[in-house]
Design a binder for this molecule. Structure first.
Ligand SMILES: Nc1ncnc2c1ncn2[C@@H]1O[C@H](COP(=O)(O)OP(=O)(O)OP(=O)(O)O)[C@@H](O)[C@H]1O
Ligand SMILES: [Mg+2]
Length: 226
């Protein structure tokens, strides 16, 4: 489902070259639930962004659902990102001026423009809010009227709305108390059982209960898999 071959990524800041990823080789099968762990600055977010086509490697090959993505044009990369991956972030990244439901509808507007009726868009978004286990009576609330856990459910619903095979989650429980975080992990596990391939970056060691495998990064390299 996901394969990285000898992937290197550098950032240049002034005269300094920072190796964020060094010759990473990684294979994640369809239906796996994989955690990525490691110290701050070890390259976890960079790895997720490259898998999710938000960023490109300097060298190496990236395959997503059988498609080699590292040489694609920008608009082709956008297509892959839209259809293959859903992103979930620590800070939820919801748009404050849109309701929960409107936040979930937004990717459908980007993808389909006006080719989906308002009704159909609404129905799909409501279905995804249900999948993310957010009570329907919160659908018309704005993000600041929701708890952190509820906001993360909205963000997960938004990540699901284009029905991607892969969910990429960057510290999805990092802003939540441990009990709420556990509920979000349970939700991700359920989505995984229902067929999603899930990759989660986390500092939360209890994640091992939920995942099939943990990949540890250090200084931009995979140093351990468990
Ligand atoms: N846009 C950027 N410009 C310059 N350097 C960057 C950029 N993004 C990341 N880096 C550097 O690349 C390295 C890896 O960063 P990354 O964000 O992937 O780490 P991380 O493992 O996600 O850390 P954290 O746990 O703190 O989120 C770090 O040294 C970081 O400073
Ligand atoms: Mg990070």
């Amino acid at each position: 489902m996901i394969e990285l071959r000898d992937v290197t990524k550098t950032y240049t800041v002034g005269n300094e070259v920072i190796y964020a990823l060094k010759s990473i080789n990684l294979k994640i099968e369809k239906g796996e639930f994989v955690a990525v762990m490691g110290p701050s600055g070890s390259g976890k977010s960079t790895l997720l962004n490259i898998i999710g086509c938000l960023d490109r490697p300097d060298s190496g090959e990236v395959y997503i659902d059988g498609i080699k993505t590292n040489n694609l044009k920008d608009d082709e990369l956008t297509e892959i990102r839209r259809n293959k991956v859903g992103f979930v972030f620590q800070q939820f990244n919801l748009i404050p001026l849109l309701t929960a439901l409107e936040n979930v509808e937004l990717p459908l507007i980007f993808k389909y423009k006006n080719r989906l009726s308002e009704r159909e868009r609404r129905d799909r978004a409501i279905r995804c809010l249900k999948m993310a286990e957010l009570d329907e009576r919160f659908a018309n609330h704005y993000p600041n009227q929701l708890s952190g856990g509820q906001q993360q459910r909205v963000a997960i619903a938004r990540a699901l709305v284009n029905n991607p095979p892969i969910l990429l989650c960057d510290e999805p429980t990092g802003s939540l108390d441990s009990k709420t975080g556990e509920k979000i992990l349970k939700l991700l596990k359920r989505l995984n059982r229902e067929g999603k391939t899930v990759v989660i970056v986390t500092h939360d060691t209890s994640v091992a209960e939920y995942t099939h495998r943990i990949v540890y990064l250090r200084d931009g390299r995979v140093y351990f898999e468990d």
